[in-house]
Design a protein around this ligand. Structure first.
Ligand SMILES: NC(=O)c1ccc[n+]([C@@H]2O[C@H](COP(=O)([O-])OP(=O)(O)OC[C@H]3O[C@@H](n4cnc5c(N)ncnc54)[C@H](OP(=O)(O)O)[C@@H]3O)[C@@H](O)[C@H]2O)c1
Length: 316
């Protein structure tokens, strides 16, 4: 089987497709024939080496976090899954086990992964699109509902609303009955409105903090100056859910809001709920682009541009 290895920290050019044996699943794992992987900004950050402290990797390392595919074999302790089941799943970036295993990453033709990190792929939808869901939709869900406690009739501001996380967040917030304000560059406004945003602000032409106030929750997907200006729009006791830079607690105190960094944790049951929303056509997967495995570096470059609309997918 082929897998995309990172051989040395640095840039996307340091990755290469290599042939390795198909892994053997451990007793609590499933072996999945991968249909597609999706690319996340985390893949690009991991390979650059800037995340070595939170995510120490053993190189060479198979890149990729999210995938969809078909179960080929189940470990002896697995019940509830069988050969032929279509699944989606997510790896936690973790120290690698060396070149002969592909357990560490999703951009591979086969993966062996703990079964608790799997969920059913949305039926009646292209299996390769399911790879878009785990990290992006899971993070949106976690930030909006598990951290942000978003409820009907509240106002939420979602930054980078056309991006991987943002496009799911807009739809999930709307499904929850919230009033959704979003930021995106102008040519993406029709996409973001189509996903359910009530108001869309062109962040390149207008400072959102000039016109907004009384917001209950901000989903900050950008950090830096965007995060600093986000405090200003929150109501007293409002919530800033940041998924990039950790918020400064002194600033949060000054604005009398609560602010934290939300870090994604894989959860097969949350992922199952998300998958069922796609299956019932309540949640749409926006696909920016699909690359063949041989062009994985181009897929990584597209995500590294920070201008994707929806998700970048690598089809095996
Ligand atoms: N904490 C976690 O667990 C976690 C999980 C997932 C993601 N993340 C992080 O969250 C960030 C977003 O992830 P993602 O997957 O959504 O990224 P993405 O898909 O690459 O986001 C791309 C989008 O960002 C928009 N954008 C870029 N700069 C912007 C700005 N200043 N204001 C508003 N929109 C802007 C782009 O729109 P335009 O083309 O219009 O500029 C584009 O549509 C990344 O840094 C990622 O590493 C963290």
């Amino acid at each position: 089987m082929k897998a995309l290895f990172l051989n040395q920290y640095g840039d996307i050019g340091n990755t290469s497709l290599e042939e390795i044996p198909v892994p053997t699943p451990a007793p609590a794992e499933a072996l999945v024939r991968v249909a597609a992987a999706s690319v996340n900004p985390l893949d690009v950050k991991l390979l650059s080496g800037i995340y070595q402290t939170p995510f120490p990797l053993t190189l060479p390392y198979v890149i990729g976090i999210d995938f969809s595919g078909t179960i080929e074999e189940t470990g002896s302790l697995i019940s509830g899954w069988k050969k032929g089941d279509q699944v989606i799943g997510r790896f936690e970036p973790a120290p690698g086990l060396g070149r002969e295993y592909s357990r560490t990453g999703a951009i591979a033709e086969y993966v062996a992964i703990p079964a608790r990190q799997l969920a059913p792929a949305p039926a009646q939808h292209p299996l390769i699109h399911g790879a878009a869901l785990p990290t992006a939709a899971g993070t949106a869900w976690q930030a909006l509902f598990e951290f942000g406690n978003l409820r009907a009739n509240q106002t939420v501001l979602i930054h980078a609303a056309a991006g991987g996380v943002g496009h799911f967040a807009v739809q999930l917030a709307k499904l929850a009955g919230a009033h959704v304000v979003a930021t995106a560059s102008e040519h993406k406004h029709s996409l973001v409105r189509g996903l359910g945003a009530d108001e869309v602000i062109d962040y390149q032409k207008k400072d959102f903090s000039d016109s907004l106030q009384g917001v209950d929750l901000v989903l900050d997907t950008i950090g830096g100056d965007t995060q600093l200006r986000s405090y200003k729009v929150l109501r007293q006791n409002g919530i800033l859910a940041a998924i990039t830079a950790p918020p400064d607690q002194e600033v949060a105190k000054q604005y009398q809001v609560s602010a934290s960094r939300v870090g994604h944790t894989s959860d097969g049951s949350r992922l199952g709920l998300i998958s069922s929303l796609v299956e019932s056509n309540k949640l749409r997967i926006v696909v920016d682009s699909i690359f063949p495995l041989a062009e994985s570096q181009e897929a990584l470059k597209r995500t590294a541009s920070s201008h994707a609309s929806g998700k970048v997918i690598i089809s095996m």
